[in-house]
Design a protein around this ligand. Structure first.
Ligand SMILES: C[S@@+](CC[C@H](N)C(=O)[O-])C[C@H]1O[C@@H](n2cnc3c(N)ncnc32)[C@H](O)[C@@H]1O
Length: 235
């Protein structure tokens, strides 16, 4: 396993208390870190492993094979759902607390994992270098969804599969959409940069993916992180 944990040049770093005798590791926080959210998410997502979200992770991950990119690894829950057809994992995760939270799951995974401190918008991979890719609860959080989708399209080999499990914008006039409108100004602050009202299906189509394999789902009937799109997009 190669584990990259350097600060990314793409990640702006805020340092507090410089010159007061603190070690830099105690006072520097990168823009993507969100330490409180990382803890809460790791806890909540861990609980959901036994429930419908865990089942959905297995179903979606079942489409993956070969060298597989995980975009926004988070605490690494998806590793436990990857089928034997996945031969190796390359992952990007710009949050240091999330990378730390993933450490044990990476160590327990029985195939090679290469983890980069990088963002989806600037993947550190050559063109057509992965066989499949996974986005789960991450397209809501990237800074530039169009750039992220273009990058995933670039690194996926022609014909490759992008497995998708993302919450998206509700239909106009629906209750989920009303909730999203109400909370969207504050949601990124409470949910680690998450935007609850993105049209990720359109973003993926715009980047060149065939999105006919994506289905609408109301797995978690909990606006603002509902409804969802689940399934596969094809490069
Ligand atoms: C809600 S968590 C989901 C984590 C994981 N995919 C899962 O399903 O449990 C969103 C993750 O996206 C990461 N993230 C945020 N901005 C990103 C970016 N620009 N590129 C890649 N990952 C990003 C966050 O650090 C966080 O780990």
């Amino acid at each position: 396993m190669r584990h990259f944990s350097t600060l990314s040049p793409a990640t702006a770093t805020v340092c507090l208390g410089a010159g007061r005798g603190y070690g830099w590791q105690h006072v520097c926080m990168a823009r993507h870190d969100h330490p409180v959210f990382s803890r809460v998410y790791t806890l909540l997502a861990g609980w959901e492993e036994e429930g419908s979200v865990g089942q959905m992770r297995s179903q979606v991950a079942g489409h993956l094979s070969g060298r597989t990119l995980i975009v926004g690894l988070g605490p690494g829950l998806d590793l436990g759902h990857l089928p034997p057809t996945v031969t190796e994992v390359v992952a990007v995760e710009p949050s240091a607390p999330m990378r730390r939270a993933a450490t044990e799951r990476i160590a327990a995974f029985d195939r090679p994992v290469e983890l980069f401190d990088s963002v989806a918008e600037d993947l550190p991979l050559p063109d057509a270098s992965v066989d499949s890719a996974l986005v789960a609860y991450v397209m809501c959080s990237v800074d530039d969804p169009d750039a992220a989708a273009r990058e995933i399209h670039r690194v996926l080999r022609p014909g490759g599969t992008l497995a998708v499990m993302e919450h998206v914008r509700g239909g106009e006039g629906s209750w989920p959409r009303r909730w999203q409108r109400a909370v969207s100004p504050v949601w990124p602050w409470v949910a680690g940069g998450c935007h609850c009202d993105r049209d990720t299906r359109a973003t993926l189509a715009q980047a060149g993916f065939d999105v006919t394999g994506l289905a609408d789902d109301s797995l978690v009937p909990l606006p603002p992180v509902a409804p969802m799109i689940v399934g596969t997009a094809r490069r």
